[in-house]
Design a protein around this ligand. Structure first.
Ligand SMILES: [Zn+2]
Length: 119
C-alpha cells in the first residue's frame, strides 16, 4: 500500500464506523452472513419517556428498509475500498485501469472509477 493512501484509508475507516452506527439503528448483521445487514422492525414497545427520546427515529419498516439498503450499499463500497488498499489494487479505475485522480479520491475515497468514467 502506498503511503499516499494512508490518509484515505483513515477516512474510509472513519466513514465505516459511522455507517455501522447508523446501520445498527435500522438493522442488524445477518447472523447467517456477517457480510450482510438486514433491516429490523423498530421496537414499538416503549414507554412514553423512551418514545419521546426516540422521536427522531424512523419507525416505519419500509422506510427503515430503504435507509438500511442505502447505508449497506455504501458500507459495501467502503469495505471494498479498504480491501483494495490492503490488496494493493486501490486507486485504479475499474474501466480504464488508469490512476484515479487524487481530487476524486479525496471527495469519495470509495470511488472505483476515474472522473472520465464516473456515472
Ligand atoms: Zn477510467
Amino acid at each position: 500500500m502506498g503511503t499516499q493512501f494512508a490518509q484515505l484509508k483513515q477516512k474510509l475507516e472513519e466513514e465505516k464506523a459511522i455507517l455501522v452506527q447508523e446501520l445498527q439503528k435500522v438493522g442488524r448483521i445477518n447472523p447467517d452472513n456477517l457480510a450482510d445487514w438486514e433491516p429490523v422492525a423498530a421496537d414499538l414497545n416503549l414507554d412514553t419517556a423512551e418514545e419521546e427520546e426516540r422521536a427522531g427515529e424512523i419507525t416505519n419498516f419500509e422506510d427503515r428498509s430503504a435507509v438500511e439498503f442505502e447505508l449497506e450499499k455504501r458500507w459495501n463500497e467502503v469495505n471494498a475500498a479498504l480491501t483494495a488498499i490492503d490488496a494493493g489494487t486501490y486507486g485504479s479505475c475499474v474501466v480504464c485501469n488508469m490512476d484515479i485522480e487524487e481530487s476524486r479520491l479525496l471527495a469519495n475515497p470509495a470511488a472505483t472509477t476515474c472522473i472520465a468514467h464516473m456515472e
